[in-house]
Design a protein around this ligand. Sequence first.
Ligand code: PBE
Length: 301
Amino acid sequence: MKKTISRFLLLISMVFSVLLLSACSSTIAKYNPKESVGKQINYTITGIEAGAGEMTTTQKVMKAYGLNKGNWQLQTSSTAAMISTLAKDVKNKQPIVVTSWTPHWMVNRYHLKFLKDPKNIYGKTEDIHTIVRKGLKKDKPEAYQMLNRFHWTPDEMAAVMLKVNSGEDPRRATKNWMTQHKQQVNSWTKGIKHVHGKSIKLTYVAWDSEIASTNLVANVLRSLGYKVEIQAMELQPLWASIATNAADGMVCAWLPTTQGMYYKDYKGKFDDLGTNLSGAKVGLAVPKYMKNINSISDLAK
Ligand code: PBE
């Protein structure tokens, strides 16, 4: 008899905890196409680092689309925090709007779509430029020439980014990439004289795309005999490091829009070696299950 009662109590407690659990999870509201999206996300766009070029452009976007009125806000955080919020919300099919970009694995992994930007504030696509300090051409002509030749495609960059994201050390991953792309690497180094332990310093921001490109270029310069130091910093100090000759070069300049402000501010204090990658993109994005949100102007509804 006792046994039956305790079994009964166990059953009751199990049923109760299942009910409790489902009650809790239902407080995590799934995306509701019938309700205003602003209301559902507390009028918050989940952003990244305060200094990112994309944050500046997004402020302009919010103004242009009337999202600066009411309670709309752009939440500053970090890329890592943005992605962890995105991962959690997508898992629960919750509504979310993020500042996104490609090349980046977030777009495929979380099934994102970029919102249309009819006012074209973000610009259609962007190029990533190589920027070096004044005088590099004269002081380190071999490095200058290699940096001037370096260019690759969004797919190539994305492949390295994926490797690094799955745990491979960036220096290793880019070294492997070089062995798999000997001809391409050779086209950047062909005919360049080997230097013997000359040092060079590259600066970058630790976004996955820049981790990939900077480590790749560092390894290629090492193969030419350079002693390469790479140093991560925030975006404004990055541009300043080149403009003040504190560093020799960087391969992280998203232009013309994203980092256009820094380009303008420091104009005349650096050499622009042109595009090392074309077809990058920056913009607001939402998970594809937010079916009726397709344009930035849909957010204001
Ligand atoms: N990003 C990624 C950077 C460039 C690379 C779009 C976050 C930005 O300056 O905003």
